[in-house]
Design a protein around this ligand. Structure first.
Ligand code: UGA
Length: 436
């Protein structure tokens, strides 16, 4: 089946490459000529493990191609995915749907055969109805159906998540939509990946509810971590102890510096806006957003404490290891590292940093931070070493070398990568999250 993917960013490109790998004939479309040129040269617009190789093999096999022309790209496609960005609208936090609607209009004007138009972009409830209206207003004479098919891909693990999903959610209002979507996902159907068919509005809400729930789970364990520190308990054991209950589950219970990234912060805000518009407050999500926001600066204050308090910290040096919002990505959006670095530089601390992939994007966000070639260069002369993101490269640091290079053997581990007893035995003044 021919599939068109409009928008060749993170979601579009990963989904397009995976569909091609299943044997579909996929065209990825993007307005950005530079991006398409680079994709033709095998250069990925984002860092995602395995993506370059997947794209290369499918291009070679003739199943994956790229174009800037929407009309050309969607020709003969049975399924046309909209996978463009829906950033937070400046000022009010609503999802900005202008790109989605512009693409819908262009699809309507260019449609040359019957097709299903699928929103993969994260869009608020009711967006599918509007896309349908736009397509109808375009005067197209071809049969079409508007479907919602949210993505549940984690950055850094997106290909695995796409190929082995916990579930596929498809929101359709008619049989034409259902039939084509069954065909699109048939390779996964054979793998016995569960497919949930719902109404379009339900499917749109599932996406937000899933992200808000996960954000809540993380925020819950983060607050438990704070309590653990006060009462002398261990949050990792609390996570294990509650996670073994099948009704709770062990995942997304890692305490840390707060969630970041391009999805949870934006989607929780957008859900609050929808709830407000429909006069149906979601107070738990409101609290989650607030608690998570304040946590990021609180992590900076935790580092200041390790430096002896705000006054003593002035003029000292902190080394930040990891800047991206999580490992295996170069994404800096809403990364806790931004607030941590800001809190430290505000207090007159000199900050050096190293991140395996994120420094290029981080640099303009934290102009006062000195970016280093490797972790040890960052640690040289540091009064405190802070693990902000749990990249594998920081899991087995040469601790003797760290002690030798640092001004002081002080470590704040915001991801609980190390074992407190081991660190103390190695001569470190060590603090972490939720472990007294
Ligand atoms: C998230 C969801 O996990 C995906 O299912 C969803 O498709 C995606 O958003 C999206 O809406 O596009 P992602 O933002 O890539 O994926 O990353 P996650 O692995 O979910 O991590 C988000 C944040 O939570 C990170 O800052 C991470 O460090 C933090 N986190 C995660 C914790 O602090 N503790 C945990 O236990 C898990």
């Amino acid at each position: 089946m021919k599939i068109a993917m409009v928008g060749s960013g993170y979601v579009g490109l990963v989904s397009g490459a995976c569909f091609a790998d299943f044997g579909h004939d996929v065209v990825c479309i993007d307005k950005d000529q530079g991006k398409i040129d680079r994709l033709h040269d095998g250069v990925m617009p984002i860092y995602e493990p395995g993506l370059a190789a997947l794209v290369e093999s499918n291009v070679k096999a003739g199943r994956l191609s790229f174009t800037t022309s929407l009309a050309e790209g969607i020709k003969d496609a049975r399924a046309i995915f909209i996978a463009v960005g829906t950033p937070s609208r400046r000022g009010d936090g609503h999802a900005d749907l202008s790109f989605v609607y512009a693409v819908a209009k262009e699809i309507g004007e260019s449609l040359a055969n019957p097709a299903v138009i699928v929103t993969k972009s994260t869009v608020p409830v009711g967006t599918g109805d509007e896309v349908e209206r736009i397509l109808s207003d375009s005067g197209t004479s071809h049969q079409f159906s508007v479907v919602s098919n949210p993505e549940f891909l984690r950055e850094g693990a997106a290909i695995g998540d796409f190929k082995r999903p916990d579930r596929i959610v498809i929101g359709t209002e008619d049989e034409f939509g259902q039939d084509i979507m069954r065909e699109v996902y048939r390779p996964l159907f054979l793998n016995e990946s569960p497919i949930l068919f719902t109404s379009r509005r339900t499917s749109e809400l599932i996406k937000y509810a899933a992200n808000a729930f996960l954000a809540t789970k993380i925020t819950f364990i983060n607050e438990m971590a704070d309590l653990c520190e006060k009462v002398g308990a261990n949050v990792q054991d609390v996570s294990r102890g509650i996670g073994m209950d099948n009704r709770i589950g062990p995942k997304f219970l890692h305490a840390g510096p707060g969630y970041g990234g391009s999805c949870f912060p934006k989607d929780t805000l957008a859900l609050l806006k929808t709830a407000e518009d429909y006069d149906s407050p979601t107070r738990i999500v409101e609290a989650v957003v607030k608690v998570n926001d304040s946590r990021k600066r609180a992590m900076g204050r935790k580092v200041l404490e390790a430096l002896g308090g705000v006054d003593a910290a002035r003029g000292k040096k902190a080394a930040l290891l990891g800047l991206t919002f999580k490992p295996n990505t170069d994404d800096m959006r809403d990364s806790p590292a931004i607030a941590v670095a800001q809190t430290l530089t505000d207090a007159g601390v000199h900050v050096s940093a190293y991140d395996p992939e994120g420094m290029e994007l981080a640099k303009p966000m934290m102009p006062d931070v000195v970016m280093c070639e490797d972790p040890y260069e960052a640690i040289e002369g540091a009064d405190v070493t802070v693990i902000v993101t749990e990249w594998d490269a920081f899991r087995a640091l040469d601790l003797d070398r760290v002690k030798q290079l640092a001004n002081s053997p002080e470590m704040v581990d915001l991801r609980n990568v190390y074992n407190p007893e081991d660190m103390r035995a190695a001569g470190f003044a060590y603090s972490s999250v939720g472990r007294a």
